[in-house]
Design a protein around this ligand. Sequence first.
Ligand code: F6P
Length: 514
Amino acid sequence: MADTDGSELAEPDRGLVLVSNRGPVEHMLDSEGRRVTRRGAGGLVTALSDLAGLTDAVWVCNAITAEDRAIAREHEHGAVRIDDGERRYRVRLVDHDPAEYQRFYSIIANPMLWFVQHYLWDLSNVPDITANELEAFDKGYAPVNERLADAVAEEVARSGGAARVMLHDYHLYLVPALVRDRCPDAFLHHFIHIPWPQPDAWRVLPARLRDPMLRGLLANDVVAFHTERYARNFLLTCQELLDLPVSFRDLSVRVGSHTLAARWYPISIDAAALEAEAASEGVAEAHDRLLNMRREYLILRVDRTDLSKNILRGFKAFRQLLRHHPELTGRVTFLALLQPSRQDVDEYIEYLEKIRRLVADINLEHGNADWQPIDLRIEDSFPQTVAAYKLFDVLVVNPVFDGMNLVAKEGMLINEHDGVLVLSEHAGVHAELGAFSISVHPFDIEAQADALWQGLTMEADERRARREACVEVIRSNDIRRWLQEQLNDMAALEAEPDPTAAPTPDEGRDRVGT
Ligand code: F6P
C-alpha cells in the first residue's frame, strides 16, 4: 500500500467489496419510459463513489427501485457496470421482496435503530415492541442482511477469498458474522456513520433483537466511527452489555481469540468537486434568484427533514430572536432548504407536518404583507443549496445528535460572506469545527436565539478569522484523506499477527471502567 498525502487514492492491493444499503445510482423510467439513472442520495454515497469509481471494487447494495430490481434480475444477480455520467462502477444489486425490504428499512433500520442511536425515542410513550416489530426483524431485517451476505461471500470468493470488505452503516449489523462464517480470510471493516450512543440507549431493545446485531458486528476486524467518543461508547457497550474484555488504551475488544479494533475517522467532503459545482452556471442562476430575495441578513439551514436535525427548535429560537429584537423586522430572512426524507415512516410524515405548521405560525406572528421571516422550501435542488451556501450570514446546524453533519463543512467552505456557524455541541463535526463556531446546546432555545444574534452582529474581522480557520480544517482533511487513512490502517492491521488471548495488563483495569 503506497502512502499518499491524501490528494489522490492509492490503488488497494487486495480485492475490495463495498457494501451499503444505497448504491451509487438508482434507476428509474422517465416520462417516455426510458431507463435513466439518478445519483444515489446522501453523504455516504458521495464518499464512496471515488473509491468505487477509481478502483476495481465491486459495490454490493440493495435494489431499491422497481428498475433496480429489474436490472438485478436481467443480470442474474451478478455485478453490472454502471455509468453515472462521471464515473463507471461495478455494482451488484441485491433484489428483495418489497414487503421484506419495507420491514427492513421502514421499521427496523428507521425508525427503530436510527432512533436508538440518536437518542430520539420518547420512552414513556414509544417504542412499543410488538409482534409487528419482532416480525419486521425476523422477516425483514434478517433476510435482507442474509441475502446481502450471500452476495458479499460470493464476491469475496471470486476475488480469491482474502478480499477487504468495507460495510457501511446500521442497515447491515447482521452481515459481518454471516460473511465471516464463510470467508475466514476476508478483512471485514464496518463504518458506522451515525452516533454510537452510550450502552443504556441499547437497552431500549430487548436482547432478542439487540444481541444478534451486536454479535453480528463483533465479527468485524475494525468497527469505525466519525469521532473518538462514539468509538469509546462502542467499547463500553461491548463491556456492559456483552461482558467482553475491552482496552480503552488500544481501543480494542477481545472476542474469543479474535481482536476487534474500534477506530475513528471524521468524514469530510470532496472540496475540489464542491468548488467546481459552486462555479457552475446552474449555481450562478440560483445565486441571482436568491440575491433578489435577500434582505440585510440571511440565516440559512439545509437539512433532510429528519427528527435528529432539530428543525423545530431552530425555528423556535428564531422566533425568540424576533421577539427580543423587533428592530430586525423586515431585515432578516431565515431560509430553510429542507429535503423531504423517509416519507414512508409515520414519525417522519408527522415531523414534516409539524415543521409546516410552526413556520406558518411564526410567519403569521411576525410577518407582514411585504415580508415573511421564514422562507421554507421543501425541495431538493443542489444548485440552489450551493448558491445559498455562498450567501448566508449565519448557518444553523443544531442537531439533537448527529454522526458528523457535512452541511457544516460544505457551507463554511463555499461561503462568500464571512458567515458564522452556529453549531450544536452534539454534532460529530463539533470535534473539528466547534472551536471556530458559536457552540449551542441543542435543547436550549434561548441560547440558540442569543447565538443567532451574536452571529448576525459579530465584528467582520472575527467572522473572517473563524471562517478561515474552518476552511483550513476542511481542506486539510478532505474525503480522500478520510478514505486513504482507513485503507492504510487496514493494511497495517492485516500485517500485524493477531495477539494471543492473553489479556494485556490494562484490560483488568479497563473492565472496571476508565
Ligand atoms: O449515515 C446516515 C445515512 O444512512 C446516510 O447514508 C445517508 O446520507 C442518510 O442517512 C440518508 O438516509 P436514507 O438513506 O435513509 O435516505
